[in-house]
Design a protein around this ligand. Structure first.
Ligand code: ADP
Ligand code: MG
Length: 249
């Protein structure tokens, strides 16, 4: 039997008295770009934290190609091919751009003898080759986002989780980063889950959307259906259809 790349089954999480995720069920097939949509505080980042072993679930299962990730630590999960970026960029301060990517290369999936050349190639792919020897703390926000992605790619993921990659970026940077994500998906056969509030770009990137509100999946479907879903409109996007917004909206 062939398994989906990722299956999330009955996932549940409390923080004290706060019920943050309630019986979440999501299946992601290889090659999809699945968008996770929802208002601030809905539980999106917590979902990524559970998928990557940063925090444990109370109940439920996460299966990667049918294999349970329960009790696994985040390092082990990276070793199985799941990488993430953070809502707030977290470079290894004190290291150069290249060194940041080299740290990402230290996992068990990277078999090449020349991790330096591989890291440079990754920096080239994300448009940072010219800044390889720059101190990471000197990068602009847009470049930090690119570095986060390069560092995640350095672990050789099959599944890449992007937590608000466009946050804090201007519209031309968002467009460029969108194009980069599209290129990586196409050329590296990556499966991607994407949390984002920039709805126009989000809806154009993703093949399917899972909408979450107050820790519950309230809708799931292709972007054209999600933007017309009454529960999603009520909880989050309002009346404006982001697929119809103009370039400068
Ligand atoms: N480590 C934590 N401890 C306690 N509460 C948390 C923790 N992480 C998140 N929360 C709370 O859980 C809820 C969901 O947060 P989060 O997953 O970050 O939402 P989103 O990413 O959708 O904005 C929020 O109410 C947040 O304050
Ligand atoms: Mg978040």
């Amino acid at each position: 039997m062939t398994h989906a790349l990722l299956e999330v089954k009955h996932l549940d999480k409390h923080f004290g008295g706060l019920h943050v995720l309630k019986d979440i069920n999501i299946t992601v097939q290889e090659g999809e770009i699945v968008g996770v949509l929802g208002p601030n505080g809905a539980g999106k980042t917590t979902l990524f934290n559970l998928l990557t072993g940063f925090i444990p679930a109370d109940e439920g299962q996460v299966l990667l190609r049918g294999k349970s990730l329960r009790e696994m630590r985040s390092n082990d999960i990276v070793g199985l091919g799941v990488a993430r970026t953070f809502q707030l960029c977290r470079p290894f301060v004190g290291l150069t751009v290249l060194e940041n990517v080299l740290v990402g290369s230290l996992g068990p999936r990277v078999k090449t003898d020349d991790i330096g050349a591989r890291a440079m190639h990754l920096l080239d792919q994300v448009g940072l080759a010219g800044k390889a020897h720059t101190a990471s703390e000197l990068l602009s926000y847009g470049d930090l986002r690119r570095l986060e992605i390069a560092r995640a790619l350095a672990t050789d993921p099959e599944l890449l989780l992007l937590d608000e990659p466009f946050a804090g970026l201007g519209s031309s940077e968002i467009e460029a980063l969108s194009e980069l994500i599209r290129k990586l998906h196409r050329e590296q056969k990556l499966t991607i889950m994407l949390i984002e509030h920039k709805l126009r770009e989000f809806m154009q990137l993703v093949s399917r959307v899972v909408a979450i509100d107050f820790g519950e999946v309230i809708a799931e479907g292709v972007p054209a259906d999600i933007v017309n879903n009454p529960r999603v409109i009520e909880a989050y996007i309002g009346r404006q259809n982001p697929l119809e917004q103009t370039q400068h909206a």
